[in-house]
Design a protein around this ligand. Structure first.
Ligand SMILES: Nc1ncnc2c1ncn2[C@@H]1O[C@H](COP(=O)(O)OP(=O)(O)OP(=O)(O)O)[C@@H](O)[C@H]1O
Ligand SMILES: [Mg+2]
Length: 105
């Protein structure tokens, strides 16, 4: 399992969300964040508002999820965002006790 953390433009969030649904990946956590990249914000703003989307995915779905996010969040201009990927040790669906991939979706 992998954790995909995508920090994207807020205005791209609905499109990314719909595209993920279309590839069958429905669960996600999303929240508004503030951040800066290599340009260090846009004067006079140190931090710019973005949307953060977190999804724990099966290893076999990682490439599809990442390419779906990129396809729907890339404008080609600075500030399109970034994706971080990290390993996840386990997941547990509280209702059933299922673990690992079974607990995801
Ligand atoms: N190294 C990082 N660590 C933590 N958060 C980051 C990092 N890089 C980017 N972010 C987050 O991602 C958001 C968007 O980053 P951004 O797209 O501006 O990256 P960038 O590296 O500056 O690329 P670009 O040159 O395309 O703008 C930032 O506002 C910040 O929240
Ligand atoms: Mg930037």
């Amino acid at each position: 399992m992998k954790k995909v953390e995508a920090i994207i433009r807020a205005e791209d969030f609905n499109r990314v969300k719909s595209a993920l649904k279309q590839i069958g990946v429905l669960p996600l956590t999303a929240y508004p964040v503030q951040g800066r990249g290599v340009q260090g914000g846009i004067p006079p703003y140190d931090l710019l508002p973005k949307m953060k989307v977190e999804i724990i995915v099966k290893d076999g779905d990682l490439d599809r999820v990442v390419s779906t996010i990129i396809r729907n969040a890339r404008s080609g201009s600075p500030g399109d965002g970034k994706i971080f990927i990290s390993p996840v040790e386990d997941a547990i669906r509280i209702r059933t006790g299922e673990r690992g991939n079974e607990a995801l979706y």
